[in-house]
Ligand binder design. Structure first.
Ligand SMILES: Nc1ncnc2c1ncn2[C@@H]1O[C@H](COP(=O)(O)OP(=O)(O)OP(=O)(O)O)[C@@H](O)[C@H]1O
Ligand SMILES: [Mg+2]
Length: 268
């Protein structure tokens, strides 16, 4: 049984690249021989599956409604990558008894026990759902872009995660930048605002360029990493996977999978 590292890909503002980066990052890690479970925690528009050319028919909701055993909601979408979707079921977790909840956590724990990584895509925003799902992750990766609205909304997300869940560390992905320098500048500006008002630490995880090739790949629901592995955005995503992987071995792993599912199922 492995100890999985769990990360969330999140943002205050919508449309900044969460789903794209979740799917492509999973592929980058998978191509390095790592096994990845993607948890689609976007309650509104679960759409990671489209990138892998599948349409998930069963979600956690079917398990909650006793329409499917938990083993049936895990879908192998690529070598080394499986996908599981929360669907709208997450909202129904409230009604579970202690024993139902416990058995769900044990089930999720055992099906995810062979993965090195659990990567979660979230809905945008600062709703309670987004906050508690992020609270489950070992590492919260917040995407910011040069759009001032994304800057402000991600600041709000970090502030709330800090106030409500006492999170003190966040990783930042600068997406849709025109150059590595613009990415770095964006991070430095964001960090200075955050440090001025909040007692949290930020880690500069990655900078991914604005890339027309990625936009085109997305339009045909293809993974840029497959479509054009040498494009600038692909190189940025591969570098991010490299850094995450090397850091995982340097710093050891966080509380991991078991705590992740307890938080996902327990606090809803
Ligand atoms: N680095 C990039 N270069 C070019 N286009 C990008 C880049 N990153 C994201 N996009 C584009 O931004 C749009 C939104 O991407 P995506 O759906 O991944 O965002 P999201 O954060 O998951 O959105 P939502 O909040 O609605 O779930 C897509 O059209 C995608 O092609
Ligand atoms: Mg999305």
């Amino acid at each position: 049984m492995k100890t999985s590292k769990t990360i969330s890909i999140t943002s205050g503002k919508g449309g900044v690249g969460k789903t794209t980066l979740t799917a492509n990052l999973a592929l980058a890690l998978a191509m390095k021989g790592q096994s990845v479970l993607i948890f689609d925690g976007d309650l509104g528009m679960a759409n990671v599956d489209l990138f892998f050319g599948t349409k998930l028919r069963k979600t956690l909701m079917n398990v909650l409604q006793e329409e499917a055993p938990i083993s049936e909601i895990v879908c192998e979408v690529h070598k080394n990558i499986s996908l599981i979707s929360g669907g709208h079921g997450l909202a129904d977790l409230q009604s579970l008894s202690f024993f139902e909840r416990r058995s769900l956590i044990d089930g999720l724990n055992s099906i995810s026990s062979s993965y090195d990584w659990i990567i979660m895509d979230t809905s945008p925003g600062i709703s309670e759902n987004v906050l508690y799902l992020n609270a489950a992750a070992d590492e919260v990766c917040v995407i910011i872009t040069p759009d001032p609205a994304s800057f402000a909304d991600s600041y709000a997300l970090i502030k709330l995660m800090n106030q409500k869940y006492k999170r003190k560390k966040f990783s930042i992905i600068c997406n849709q930048v025109r150059s590595p320098q613009e990415g770095l500048n964006l991070f430095v500006r964001f960090e200075s605002v955050v440090h001025q008002f909040l007692d949290v630490g930020l880690n500069f995880l990655a900078t991914i360029p604005q890339d027309q090739a990625l936009r085109l790949a997305n339009q045909s629901t293809r993974l840029i990493l497959k479509q054009d592995p040498r494009s600038l955005s692909s190189l940025g995503i591969q570098q991010m996977a490299e850094d995450l992987d090397s850091r995982k071995h340097q710093n050891g792993r966080g509380p991991g999978r078991s705590i992740f599912w307890e938080q996902v199922v327990g606090v809803a």
